[in-house]
Design a protein. Structure first.
Lengths: 262, 220
């Protein structure tokens, strides 16, 4: 038992060291890192709002359109950031494996924690501004909202980790993944709600786990909006399967990294 | 200190495999300075990485007690966008070493001065090696792993490295890969020879070297 405890203490230390290190590399060198963390979701929200005002469409549900896009862009950002920050995690940490206590999973955990903390602070910032703008009032279920956002990030990271493993064998996979993400963005409900879609399209979209997450997040966030579309278990199953696949893949490739030419 | 249990390690080549170790069970002698010899391409550096734990075996188990260094002078684990000092902090954290003590030691030893707060991508190879060398001396390892490189820098710095290294050797042991028999004679107490996917130990350094030279076809 004490062996396991000791190992956990070492791992916690390594994860902590990585969080501080990633903070430095992402935010430390220039103010630009902070700037992007805050303004990247904003550009998405404003771009969508602009398009909607040009084509003269209103919010699909009875809330302010900026807040509506906010509740779509944030889950999407967490998912896609999860994917992109994991896609180089294996090659990126290979030189660090020289330190025997460092495992790829430590880098994964550190990035997930740091990313979540960052987006969390960004959300608070946005909501504060929207609150004083009289656009945002309160959240229906805060704890559930946070949980759904966490699932978005962990699912994205698991998806990205699987991609990182596939990439070792099929280098062309990264461009395929880039394409897939672009398509996914359009069908992930950042700018629509599933219930407003015609039946056949809705049935096809049902297979997209990210749409489930966005609908779930909105249902937890808004009073008076409850999507009939999502099933919480569906994206959770995706997350668990990809998480398992990603970790197993990392474990299998661990002793082969040198041969795979990393 | 370190024991291999049925350890196998192969590398896949474009045609077939290269076998480094094939189900080797081997106990490394404790509290000894070990010289590792083997023909070119036999996998000496791989053995060192297996010992360090920076590469896992294909199968089998490696049991380690005590703290093993990374191969001395290795600077690949540094992040080029962080400063030397930030990299030191990171390594101290993962090894749970005393930050101030290590910083003071490395600052004094590496003679990097103000460069320590600059990003490491601005460092020359020599500067990186000095930092890495100082850092591995500053952390209390029980065993130092050395892959050919014993000292870095210009002759004056080399001398200083050697002296610092001698001091560390009072409390720590070495595992050393070298082609230079003089270095091996200077430092090793026992010889381990990697040949034919097997490890064999020679308690007598001279007979180990002799065996190695007969393998290599060198007349004594």
């Amino acid at each position: 038992m004490s062996e396991i405890f000791k190992a956990l203490v070492v791992q916690a230390r390594v994860v902590y060291a990585f969080i501080l290190r990633d903070m430095r590399t992402r935010f430390g060198r220039s103010r630009l890192g902070y700037f992007w963390a805050v303004f990247e979701p904003l550009t998405g929200i404003l771009a969508l709002a602009l398009v909607f005002s040009v084509i003269d469409r209103g919010s699909p549900i009875n809330v302010d359109i900026h807040l509506f896009f906010f509740t779509g862009i944030i889950p999407w950002t967490l998912f896609s950031r999860g994917v992109s920050m994991m896609s180089n995690v294996i090659e990126g940490s290979v030189s660090l494996l020289t330190y025997p206590q460092v495992k790829v999973i430590d880098v994964v955990i550190a990035r997930v924690v740091l990313e979540f903390a960052t987006i969390f602070i960004v959300c608070i910032l946005y909501l504060t501004v929207l609150y004083f703008w009289d656009i945002f009032d309160r959240i229906e279920n805060l704890l559930l909202s946070i949980t759904v956002l966490m699932i978005c990030l962990i699912f994205g990271s698991a998806f990205g980790l699987v991609g990182a493993v596939i990439k070792l064998y099929l280098p062309g996979y990264s461009s395929f993944q880039g394409l897939l993400l672009r398509v996914l963005f359009f069908v992930s409900g950042a700018f629509f709600v599933a219930d407003s879609m015609p039946q056949p399209i809705r049935d096809a979209l049902w297979y997209n786990p990210v749409l489930h997450l966005v609908e779930w997040a909105r249902s937890a966030f808004f009073y008076g909006f409850e999507s009939r579309f999502y099933d919480p278990m569906y994206p959770i199953l995706w997350m668990l399967c990809f998480g398992f696949l990603g970790l197993a893949g990392e474990r299998v490739t661990r002793s082969k990294l040198r041969q795979l030419g990393v | 200190m370190i024991e291999f249990i049925k350890v196998s390690k192969h590398y896949k080549l474009s045609h077939g495999y290269r076998t480094i170790l094939d189900e080797v069970s081997f106990k490394f002698p404790e509290h000894k300075n070990i010289g590792v010899l083997g023909m070119n391409g036999a996998g000496k550096s791989t053995i060192l990485r297996l010992i360090a734990g920076s590469e896992p075996p294909d199968s089998g188990k490696i049991i380690r007690t005590g703290r093993f260094s990374w191969p001395l002078g290795f600077s690949g684990g540094f992040n080029q966008n962080l400063s030397g000092e930030e990299n030191l902090r990171f390594v101290c954290r993962i090894y749970n070493a005393d930050l101030h003590q290590v910083l003071d030691y490395v600052r004094e030893f590496s003679e990097l001065g103000d460069a320590l707060t600059e990003p490491m991508r601005t460092y020359s190879n020599g500067m990186k090696a000095r930092l890495a060398f100082g850092l591995s001396l500053a952390i209390d390892f029980d065993v130092y792993l050395i892959d050919e490189v014993m000292a870095v820098g210009d002759p004056i710095f080399k001398k200083k490295s050697k002296a610092a290294f001698e001091a560390r050797r009072q409390t720590a042991n070495l595992i050393l890969v070298s082609h230079d028999m003089r270095t091996i004679r200077d430092y090793a107490d026992v010889i381990i020879i990697l040949n034919d996917h097997e490890l064999s130990i020679f308690d007598n350094v001279e007979s180990g070297i002799k065996f190695y030279q007969s393998l290599a076809g060198v007349k004594p």
